[in-house]
Design a protein around this ligand. Structure first.
Ligand code: SF4
Ligand code: SF4
Length: 350
């Protein structure tokens, strides 16, 4: 039987009405979160100047719903590997509070799962094509109940990002994130480099330096985080898109599968609202490039992401920017190959 994907359209509804309608129609699904259970709500607040992320008022609607069931929800995220305010839990939490993700406004705590410096990282065995072990915060190894709230965006490496990315990358420890990025080894196209310095300043491991009045990447130091690709305005940082990024996408899918294998009850909610060309890790992306569609949800992570993708690609081609065509397709294909979920689904409009 095809997995069900619930869709609540934003047309004629406020955002809170749209989300409440979705949750009301998923009562049977949400009833699996029992009295007393600790339900982790995975989401991200995004970088400082990013405005497209899911807002605390919407998260609170879910928190209240879970609390009415007697569950003990908490919101969580992990630290990132690139430079910025989410690289450690102190700055990360301060940023979250500044953006309104306070316990008062959420109705529950906001937790950084992998400790102050992102060093809480356990290794769990896996058996995939690329990934033979996953590295995750210890919380992830004991979590039994999970709701993933994902803001749908474009993505500098995979073209499209929703729940698979939020889990595969977003629930890995910093060590796990680094492993997933390790196939990415960008190089500088010297003829395009203006030596603006952005990549040199933004590289978290000082792998970029100046050489003969151009930027130069030391591939022995590079951890493949993609920060230099995101910041270069001159298209001078280049990777082998189809090769490197497809492997990156496959690793991320395998990580998502390894992580979810240990979690009993899970629901994935994809917000097709304020869609941006780049993910929330990149500041200042314009959230108004695609018309809002609504919110989709499923117990099948692949079905949720694919249904949203199919819906949105009728309105925009931002997920298939030059170089990215095929990468998100590979993400879905590989997810099917390893049994993460189904690319086929039944859409239920609520
Ligand atoms: S960001 Fe681009 S243009 Fe600027 S120094 Fe780096 S490679 Fe050169
Ligand atoms: S060179 Fe680029 S991809 Fe490599 S670590 Fe530095 S910023 Fe990240």
């Amino acid at each position: 039987m095809k997995p069900e994907v619930y869709f609540s359209s934003i047309q004629g509804r406020s955002r809170s009405e749209c989300f409440r309608e979705l949750l009301n129609n998923m009562d049977g699904v949400l009833s699996r979160f029992k009295k007393g259970s600790f339900v982790g709500i995975k989401m991200t607040v995004g970088e400082k100047k990013n405005t497209g992320h899911i807002k605390p008022e919407l998260v609170k609607i879910l928190v209240e719903n879970l609390k009415r069931r007697g569950a003990r929800p908490f919101v969580f995220d992990t630290n990132v590997i690139y430079r910025g305010q989410r690289q450690n839990a102190v700055d990360h939490l301060n940023l979250a509070y500044q953006k309104g993700f306070t316990p008062d406004r959420l109705g529950c705590p906001y937790i950084i799962a992998d400790s102050v410096f992102g060093t809480d990282s356990k290794t769990v065995k896996a058996d995939f094509r690329h990934v033979k072990e996953i590295r995750v915060p210890s919380l992830v190894t004991v979590l039994e109940d999970l709701v993933v709230l994902s803001h749908i965006t474009g993505h500098v490496m995979t073209g499209y990002a929703a729940s698979i990315k939020n889990v595969g990358m977003g629930m890995a420890s910093r060590a796990g994130k680094q492993v997933q990025h390790s196939s990415m080894k960008p190089v500088i196209n010297a003829s395009k480099c203006t030596l603006c310095g952005c990549c040199i300043e933004s590289c978290p491991v000082s792998a970029v330096s100046e050489l003969s009045r151009k930027a130069f990447i030391n591939s022995n130091l590079c951890i493949g985080c993609g920060e230099c690709i995101a910041c270069c305005k001159f298209d001078a940082v280049q990777v082998h898109w189809h090769e490197d990024e497809s492997i990156f996408a496959e690793r991320m899918v395998e990580y998502a599968s390894g992580i979810l294998a240990h979690i009993r009850n899970k629901v994935f909610m994809d917000f097709a609202l304020d869609i941006t060309e780049e993910c929330d890790c990149i500041a200042g992306s314009d959230p108004h490039i695609v018309e809002d569609a609504g919110i989709l949800a499923s117990t099948d992570i692949v079905a949720a992401d694919k249904a949203a993708f199919d819906m949105l690609t009728k309105k925009t081609d931002i997920f298939s920017r030059e170089g990215k065509i095929g990468v998100h397709q590979r993400q879905f294909e590989h997810a099917g190959e390893i049994g993460l979920g189904s690319t086929d689904y039944s859409l239920i409009e609520v």
